[in-house]
Design a protein around this ligand. Structure first.
Ligand code: NAP
Length: 396
């Protein structure tokens, strides 16, 4: 029989204190749904929001956190804050540091979207916290620095991204040295059966309507272009210390198998569950325990088919770009990530077409002055440069 886990037992007695950065987003709201069901295990100690302050106030009234941070200063200063007894309000992005490094905070859920989530994730890692990482852009932009910081600070990163959480679970079936390759599954998004000509005409409304997942705007567009899979290839490369040649993408339209790990003997281990982010979030929050929670469950009474097919790189060039950037490393990830964020925003503003998103990323990547071992300052500078260049590309 296995020995009780001493850390887990101590945490159950006192409940884990969890700060949710980006609590008003899709991952944030799902995290609070998990916390609502697991009050015996989780105490929400902090929340952060950018613009949706009505929802932040509503969440504060329900969860009574010690701190809340309103990161968008101009929105926060105009807002008529009600009395929130027992909760301290902090205004400004810099204040996230105080929330994540607070001695009370044990777990930080990094659910801010984009590079905006980088700084607070680094601060949490530096403070040796457990980070339940949804914000994949952090690893895409600064993977080696993030993993090195986590190792030096004795911090733990637990993946929330469903594919990486699945890989993390599958990897527990063997030794790390026995992993042959990792297959990241992709639903293929709403346009998996569209021709190149049809894709030229795609609108933002069509791109936002994901067939299997309900997500925030940016990741929904990333899923439609399959840039999400490109970012996930890079994320997996750093998170699991894989060679890019060990990472493959397989299209699986049902989104039931969240990823697969093949071991050297040929055994393939898959993690299956309905498409519901509450499961990987809960897994990260309760790890190393498994408990009953609010996520949807498989219904094997209903007939179902699971399909797997290789991605069409011709129609979805983002995947090749992801592998290329995973091989290049250095500043390439920061450039791809920033160019993509800027291009997605321009597409949502109806300034460029759907297929222009990946084209802009390809062009900006080609122009950049590659630095193989950047510091965090160089990464931030490259992020700024790539956004500016993408802006020029959009106007050209
Ligand atoms: N949604 C999913 O199913 C899913 C799955 C896997 C991974 N992820 C990753 O998880 C992260 C969050 O995704 P999401 O879908 O939850 O995004 P989302 O719904 O757009 O929510 C983003 C959150 O970040 C906040 N935010 C936005 N801009 C900010 C800024 N400049 N500074 C600080 N906070 C800011 C938002 O605040 P306001 O709403 O108050 O403005 C909101 O709380 C992304 O990195 C995404 O790739 C998401």
């Amino acid at each position: 029989m296995s020995q009780p886990h001493p850390v887990a037992d101590a945490e159950i007695a006192g409940r884990k204190t969890v700060a949710v950065l980006g609590s008003t987003g899709s991952i944030g709201v799902n995290t609070l749904e998990v916390a609502r069901q697991l009050t015996d295990r989780i105490r929400v100690s902090g929340l952060s929001a950018h613009r949706n302050l009505d929802l932040l106030v509503q969440q504060t009234r329900e969860f009574n956190p010690d701190w809340i941070v309103a990161t968008n200063e101009s929105c926060a200063k105009k807002y008529r804050w009600p009395k929130l007894p027992g909760t301290q309000l902090l205004i400004g992005h810099d204040q996230l540091d105080q929330l994540v490094t607070d001695v009370q905070t044990q777990v930080v859920v990094a659910a801010i979207v984009g590079t905006a989530g980088l700084r607070s994730t680094l601060a949490a890692l530096q403070a040796g916290k457990t980070v339940a990482l949804a914000n994949k852009e952090t690893l895409v932009a600064a993977g080696p620095l993030v993993m090195d910081l986590a190792a030096r600070s004795d911090a733990t990163i637990l993946p929330v991204d469903s594919e990486h959480n699945a890989v993390f679970q599958c990897m527990q079936s063997g030794r790390r040295s026995e992993v042959h390759r990792v297959c990241l599954t992709a639903s293929g998004g709403p346009f998996r059966n569209f021709s190149r000509e049809q894709m030229q005409l795609v609108t933002a409304e069509q791109a936002l309507a994901h067939p299997t997942w309900d997500m925030g705007q940016k990741i929904s567009i990333d899923s439609a272009t399959m840039m999400n899979k490109a970012l996930e290839i890079i994320e997996a490369r750093w998170l699991f210390d894989l060679s890019p040649d060990q990472i493959e993408v397989v299209v699986h339209p049902q989104s039931i198998v969240h990823s697969l790990v093949e071991f050297v003997d040929g055994s393939v281990i898959a993690q299956m569950s309905p498409p519901d982010m509450k499961l990987p979030i809960q897994h990260a929050l309760t790890w190393p325990d498994r408990v009953t929670g609010p996520a949807r469950r498989m219904m094997f009474q209903d007939a179902m088919s699971l399909e797997f097919r290789p991605p069409d790189i011709g129609r979805f060039p983002a995947i090749a770009l992801g592998l290329q950037v995973a091989r290049q490393a250095g500043t390439a990830g920061a450039v791809l990530n920033a160019a993509n964020e800027a291009a997605v925003a321009a597409f949502l503003d109806r300034k460029i077409g759907f297929c222009d998103i990946v084209r802009a990323c390809q062009d900006v990547l080609q122009q950049h002055a590659f630095e193989p071992q950047p510091t965090i300052e160089q990464i931030l500078e490259m992020d700024r440069w790539a956004r500016e260049e993408t802006g020029k590309w959009i106007l050209a």
